[in-house]
Design a protein around this ligand. Structure first.
Ligand code: NAP
Length: 350
């Protein structure tokens, strides 16, 4: 395993991070514990979850993922300090697919909601602290979850970033969280967080958890410069574009039990132009003698702005293959061919 520094902190995290959002829907508690055991045995230290998980989000299952991690922690008390545990508070439901069952539709990032959310996460996780507490999506209308452009919507109310950061800073002081991160954030939002930290003398955000894969390299436009100059790196999510980049949906195949076969909700990488680009990357991987999944993950691993690549797996075989991508180095020729395809068809699934 390789390790990278989390923002400006003294915390090193594994380059492959363990995503968990299938636990409680496609995966059982037993599967979840087996994945944690295997991941830790193979050098993973970062585990990423959210109060909203599993996905698709449903009132009946909400919190199960954190609960499964919590039962593992309870059974391995001595191991808590070996894990960098990251979770997230869900934001307000401004888009149709945002969940409305977690503290209601106006679930904004004010003191009341933040306090309640963190308290409940700590309880489910059976721990006194989380290492990284993230805002799952912004408390304002902006480009998130596949929106191709800034939507220019006047929100009736948003909690000012300074206020949110002040509450999170109190949690840091109380020892309930170690570090603060954002997710589905834009360059404007990251700049506001930086400015608020400087102005009020509050902790800086240490990470940006955004989508990043061969099909979505939008991070490279504005946020990559923040990663470089401000040391706030990317926790890359959906590195296989929901599994598409493994090549298993090629030719219209819909394997039983797989995310795209099971759930209507996951349309983000299903547009014709994304399917076309996927086929090109799958073919390229094969030409270089690599499994398409490892090829796609190795690309993410190779980016200097990536702090950790958050993989997801529904089986131990997938987990093994994905973790082993850390040992796959793409040749300069392969990287040049990837860039050529990207130029031909940039960000087919933003
Ligand atoms: N902040 C956010 O808004 C946000 C959003 C999404 C994800 N995340 C985080 O990022 C993590 C990863 O996201 P993701 O699950 O969307 O990642 P992904 O890598 O795009 O997709 C993972 C899925 O692809 C399939 N797969 C994985 N490895 C495979 C392999 N080697 N061969 C064939 N199929 C394979 C599995 O689903 P099937 O077996 O069902 O095909 C797996 O669940 C999540 O668990 C979560 O922690 C965060």
């Amino acid at each position: 395993m390789q390790y990278r520094r989390l923002g400006d902190t003294d915390v090193q995290v594994s380059l492959i991070g363990l995503g968990t959002m299938t636990w409680g829907e496609q995966n059982t508690e037993r599967d979840a514990h087996a994945q944690i055991d295997y991941a830790l045995d193979h050098g993973i230290t970062l585990i990423d979850t959210a109060e909203m998980y599993p996905v698709p989000p449903r009132a009946e299952t909400q919190g199960s993922t954190e609960r499964y991690i919590g039962t593992w922690i309870a059974q391995h008390r001595g191991a808590r300090d070996r894990i960098v545990l990251a979770t997230k508070i869900a934001g307000p439901a401004r888009q149709p697919h945002n969940p409305r069952h977690i503290r209601g539709e106006g679930n904004q990032f004010d003191r009341k909601n933040l306090t309640e959310a963190l308290h409940d996460s700590l309880k489910r996780l059976q721990t006194d602290y989380v290492d990284l507490y993230q805002l799952h999506w912004p408390d304002r209308s902006t480009m998130t979850f596949g929106r191709p452009a800034y939507p220019w919507i006047d929100d009736a109310y948003t909690v000012p970033i300074e206020e949110t950061l002040s509450v999170l800073a109190d949690f840091v002081k109380e020892g309930k969280i170690r570090h603060i991160g954002v997710s589905n954030e834009t360059p404007w939002g990251v700049a506001q967080f930086m400015r608020a930290s400087e102005k009020l003398g509050l902790p800086r955000i240490v990470s940006i958890q955004n989508p990043y894969s061969l099909l979505n390299r939008t991070f490279e436009a504005g946020l990559s410069e923040f990663a470089h100059r401000e040391h706030v790196g990317l926790l890359a999510y959906s590195p296989l574009a929901f599994g598409w980049l493994s090549g298993k949906y090629e030719g219209g195949a819909r394997p039983a039990g797989a995310r795209i076969s099971l759930f209507e909700r996951f349309q983000r990488y299903s547009k014709p132009q994304a399917i076309q680009a996927t086929s090109r990357y799958v073919e390229l991987a094969k030409r270089h003698g690599l499994s398409p999944a490892q090829f796609a993950l190795a690309f993410v691993n190779s980016r200097p702005f990536v702090t950790s690549n958050l993989i997801g797996a529904t089986s131990l075989d997938q987990l093994k293959e994905n973790i082993a991508s850390v040992d796959v180095k793409l040749s300069p020729e392969a990287l040049a061919e990837i860039d050529a395809l990207h130029e031909l068809q940039p960000n087919p699934a933003p």
